[in-house]
Design a protein around this ligand. Structure first.
Ligand code: FES
Length: 106
């Protein structure tokens, strides 16, 4: 596997009145925050966090999915994103951030 973790952050934007979308719920700001924090922490090559289009779990957004595990998250605030980085990215632990995770089936 080329990346240790590869995180996709939905930034899709839909018009008002359509199905909800992650972009207007602040996902671009969350992505920018996470990228900045990874740089500050010295991660460059092994962890990739990038924008994506719709991941089809729009009503639960903002939505993120991370591989290789295929774990789904709904990080809504910078505090959520920081917990995600401190636990999942740095320690590979998900137990402390269960509240931020989505079930496989929803
Ligand atoms: S708009 Fe983000 S999952 Fe569909």
């Amino acid at each position: 596997m080329y990346f240790k973790k590869h995180v996709f952050v939905c930034e899709n934007v839909r018009a008002e009145g359509e199905r909800p979308s992650c972009g207007p719920k602040g996902s671009p700001q969350l992505l920018a925050y996470m990228k900045k924090r990874l740089q500050e922490l010295g991660f460059k090559d092994k962890i990739r966090i990038q924008r994506s289009g719709c991941l089809d779990r729009c009503e639960l957004g903002p939505v993120q999915v991370s591989y290789p595990e295929g774990l789904w998250f709904s990080l809504k605030t910078k505090e959520d994103a920081e917990e995600f980085i401190q636990n999942y990215i740095l320690k590979n632990e998900t137990t402390p951030i269960r509240r931020l995770m989505l079930e496989d089936e929803a």
